[in-house]
Design a protein around this ligand. Structure first.
Ligand code: ADP
Ligand code: MG
Length: 323
């Protein structure tokens, strides 16, 4: 069991930012309205995710660290609807196998919280502890017991950049949730969590980006595509400001980004990229999500038709925009 977890950890836990992503997605799945992410030394030494979600009942905390322990798949159909972000019950077991963890959690039904400590996947202690409703997970010394993998971690700066990118994407994709991000005791980001995408974009990227956005709202029988696009000159050289979410999941969609690229041809210089913050809601039966945890590719049914449709709609939005 222990060895299997260590091997599997290679899939889910690539680097500190993948730990942050998995833990924050668990917080989102737990119905949290506030999530705080704290890191030190690029997450290599210390990561702490605190949420105000529904918590884990004391008699189930050990179970959540077992491989394939998930409270989220109730029936096989759920696999296709992907309503929650996690559905494989792999993340906590994998992370625990390659780090030192403290989990503190309390549900609304319990008077006192529970603290569980693990090292390399082995439970060290379990004790009652005073705690607010919700869950805090501290992950220390990532890869302490797999030196070969520890060696492949990048500089503190690179790992921090990767975590920041993950936090930004999660915050934008979940603008109904208040995010706080603290790096080496310095507050880097606070999002309002006011269910307003533009306010969240502004809190992360500032006025320059915010003022250059064109709203996009495409409604059709099979899909809704909502959000903002823009061609801000400061950022158009790279793709870091291309955010696409499909049914709440951040994805890499060649189709959507390609349609945007085509629509902006003649407006942006060749090889320059528009900004986008787009959320696509589509019938899950019409998409194929690659459910490997580190791959975010998505395929659509009738993709050529969809490509042309999105491109035409963006063209219309650009023509009627005053920017
Ligand atoms: P998955 O998310 O695929 O179910 P994980 O290994 O990420 O698997 O988590 C295992 C289980 O632990 C979850 O199904 C959930 O029941 C519980 N859990 C993990 N994190 C939290 C959290 N922040 N709040 C409440 N429950 C949690
Ligand atoms: Mg999960």
């Amino acid at each position: 069991e222990y060895t299997i977890n260590k091997i599997a950890a290679g899939e889910v836990v690539e680097r500190p930012s993948s730990v942050v992503k998995e833990l924050v997605e668990n917080s989102i799945d737990a119905g949290s309205t506030k999530i705080t992410i704290e890191i030190q030394d690029g997450g290599k030494k210390f990561m702490r995710i605190t949420d105000n979600g529904h918590g884990i009942p004391s008699d189930q905390v050990e179970k959540s660290f077992l491989r394939h322990a998930t409270s989220k798949i109730l029936k096989i159909d759920d696999l296709y609807s992907l309503n929650s972000l996690g559905f494989r019950g792999e993340a906590l077991a994998s992370i625990a196998s390659v780090s030192k963890i403290d989990l503190i959690t309390r549900t609304g039904d319990e008077k006192i919280g529970t603290k569980l400590s693990l090292e390399g996947g082995n439970i060290i202690s379990k004790e009652p502890v005073g705690s607010a409703v919700g869950t805090t997970i501290i992950v220390k010394d990532l890869f302490f017991n797999t030196p070969a993998r520890k060696k492949f971690l990048k500089s503190t700066n690179s790992e921090t950049i990767s975590i920041t990118d993950v936090v930004n994407k999660l915050a934008i994709g979940n603008y109904n949730i208040q995010f706080k991000y603290i790096n080496n005791n310095k507050i880097m980001l606070t999002t309002p969590g006011d269910n307003n995408l533009q306010n969240t974009i502004r809190s992360i990227y500032g006025k320059d980006i915010y003022n250059n956005l064109i709203p996009l709202s495409i409604r059709s029988k099979n899909l809704n595509l909502d959000g903002f696009i823009g061609n801000n000159s400061i950022y158009r050289n790279n793709k870091t400001l291309q955010h696409v979410y499909v049914n709440g999941r951040y994805v890499k969609s060649k189709l959507i980004l390609g349609a945007i690229y085509e629509a902006y041809k003649g407006i942006l210089p060749i090889n320059k990229h528009a900004i986008c913050f787009l959320s696509l809601k589509i019938d899950p039966k019409k998409i194929d999500v690659n459910i490997h945890p580190t791959k975010l590719e998505i395929k659509f049914e009738e993709d050529q038709k969809l490509f042309n449709y999105i491109k035409d709609e963006i063209n219309k939005a650009l023509l009627s925009s005053t920017l």
